[in-house]
Design a protein around this ligand. Structure first.
Ligand SMILES: [Zn+2]
Length: 289
């Protein structure tokens, strides 16, 4: 049983503030491991797990205790990825004609569009093409409800405070692989991104960067991740809607063989609790100014 204020089984859950609210929303779109029965993939569970941002919702579970709202996906991103636009779709995956315009981006070229083609380099997820109805079902039942729930949480805070701060939370492999732009490169502890300054007042990303640096973490901005669909679509800094994507290095908290929490998990969680406490204070003072 998931402890939640709002639960859509197999799709998502939301936890609301249980102290005085602040305009902070954290979403974790990639931690889901509720495998849909119609997934029909041909890869191993270990291969699937490489695509999961395991335990990211748990790492940010302090959010409601600082007055923020936490939203997390339950479905796997390898099935349908809410951090890609609906039209970021690979026509080669589809049986017959796709009935809507397509706009495949760089991620689709790497096999990681809204529906993934490859789980790892050269390792296709499917041994057949998907029908348009299968993909439309994934969009209708998972992708769109996730975006609607995030928009609802952001709108709710924005109405009350006049601004809202959105932290879109992920974790990343310690070293880029052949499906990434930084193949073979070691990654820092934390990557923060705002699509090169497009998705937030710089004060929010600067505050987060200095909080992590102050706790001893190596932080990079906009490389190798520059922010994707969720921060692009749900931000509008001029209207008081600020979004930052955060990637945490899995080496900090995850055993890469077993996909279990490693001995570093508790220390990272404690530091994230501190970051959330201080980020909440930032959002409170920003909105009061
Ligand atoms: Zn992710």
């Amino acid at each position: 049983m998931i402890d939640a204020d709002h639960l859509e089984p197999g799709v998502l859950y939301r936890r609301d503030p249980f102290v005085e609210p602040v305009p902070l929303v954290v979403d974790s779109p990639h931690n889901g491991t509720h495998w849909p029965t119609d997934f029909d993939h041909r890869v191993t569970l270990d291969e699937l797990m490489t695509s999961v941002d395991a335990y990211v919702d748990e790492l940010f579970s302090h959010t409601p205790a600082v007055g923020g709202t936490l939203l997390a996906a339950l479905f796997p991103r390898a099935y349908i990825d809410p951090n890609r636009a609906e039209d970021d779709l690979d026509a080669a995956l589809i049986e017959g004609a796709w009935p809507y315009p397509l706009n495949p981006g760089e991620k689709t070229e790497y096999g990681m569009g809204v529906v993934r083609r490859y789980i790892l380099k050269g390792r296709p997820l499917y041994d057949r093409r998907l029908t348009p109805d299968e993909v439309l079902h994934r969009l209708d039942t998972y992708h769109r409800p996730y975006h609607a729930a995030l928009a609802g949480a952001l709108d709710h805070a924005h109405e009350r405070f006049g601004s809202v701060f959105h932290l879109n939370a992920h974790s990343m492999k310690p070293v880029g692989n052949a499906m990434n732009v930084d193949d073979g490169a070691a990654r820092p502890d934390v990557v923060l991104s705002d699509r090169e300054g497009e998705t937030t007042d710089p004060a929010f990303i600067d505050t987060l960067a200095s909080l992590f640096c102050g706790l001893g973490y190596a932080v990079a901005i906009n490389h190798p991740y520059k922010g994707a669909e969720l921060v692009a679509r749900h931000s509008d800094p001029a209207a008081g809607r600020h979004s930052v994507q955060i990637e945490l290095n899995r080496a900090l908290y995850l055993d890469s063989e077993s996909f279990e929490r490693s001995s570093g998990f508790a220390a990272l969680k404690a530091d994230l609790d501190t970051v959330l406490d201080r980020a909440a204070a930032f959002t409170r003072s920003y909105s009061a100014a």
